[in-house]
Design a protein around this ligand. Structure first.
Ligand SMILES: [Zn+2]
Length: 176
C-alpha cells in the first residue's frame, strides 16, 4: 500500500529542518530566538482574549504579532504557528494580515482539507513538531508509549517542553 502524504507532512518536514539547521539540541525549543534568527520581527501586544496572534508582511518586513496577555506557553505555540505561515504561506501574507483566533487544534489532518483549513492544519502541525520535535519525544517517551491519563507525567513533560498539557496530549495522540 502506498502511503498518502497528508497536508501536515510538508509542514512537519519544514519544522524538522529548522530544528536541525538552527540547531536545537534539547527541549525547550527556543522559538523566539529561531524566529528572530530568521529575520522576522516579533511584536507583543495586549489583544482580545480570543485572538492568539497574527502574521503579516509590511514594507517587506515579516512580522509576527502575539497576544501578550496569554500564558507564555500559549504564546510559544502562537509564535510557532505564525512562523509556519511566514515559512510556507508567504503569498497569502502578502495579500492580507493573517489573524488567528483560538486555534482549532483538532482540525483533521487529511488530504481533503482545502483553503484556510489547509493553512491552519499546516500551521498547527508545524507548531507541534517545532515545539515538541519527534526526536526529543522519542527520547523521553519509551516505546510502550505514555498513558495519556497519567496527568503528573504529562505535566512534567509539558513543563520540559514549555507547552500546554493539552498541546502535548494532542501531539502524543497524533504522533507519527
Ligand atoms: Zn493561522
Amino acid at each position: 500500500m502506498t502511503a498518502i502524504a497528508t497536508v501536515g507532512d510538508t509542514a512537519r518536514a519544514a519544522a524538522r529542518k529548522i530544528i536541525e539547521e538552527f540547531p536545537v539540541k534539547a527541549a525547550p525549543v527556543p522559538v523566539e530566538r529561531i524566529v528572530k534568527a530568521r529575520g522576522i520581527v516579533l511584536q507583543y501586544a495586549p489583544l482580545a482574549d480570543d485572538l492568539s496572534g497574527m502574521a503579516f508582511i509590511r514594507d517587506g518586513v515579516r512580522i509576527i504579532g502575539v497576544n501578550a496577555l496569554h500564558h507564555p506557553n500559549r504564546q510559544r505555540f502562537t509564535i510557532a504557528h505564525e512562523l509556519c505561515h511566514h515559512e510556507l504561506h508567504p503569498d497569502h501574507l502578502r495579500d492580507e494580515v493573517h489573524v488567528d483566533k483560538a486555534f482549532r487544534v483538532l482540525l483533521r489532518d487529511g488530504v481533503a482539507a482545502q483553503g484556510t483549513d489547509r493553512l491552519e492544519i499546516q500551521a498547527n502541525a508545524f507548531a507541534a513538531e517545532l515545539l515538541m520535535p519527534r526526536v526529543f519525544l522519542n527520547e523521553l517517551v519509551d516505546a510502550a508509549g505514555l498513558d495519556l491519563d497519567d496527568d503528573a507525567r504529562l505535566e512534567a513533560l509539558a513543563r520540559k517542553f514549555r507547552v500546554s498539557t493539552s498541546a502535548l496530549r494532542f501531539r502524543l495522540g497524533a504522533r507519527e
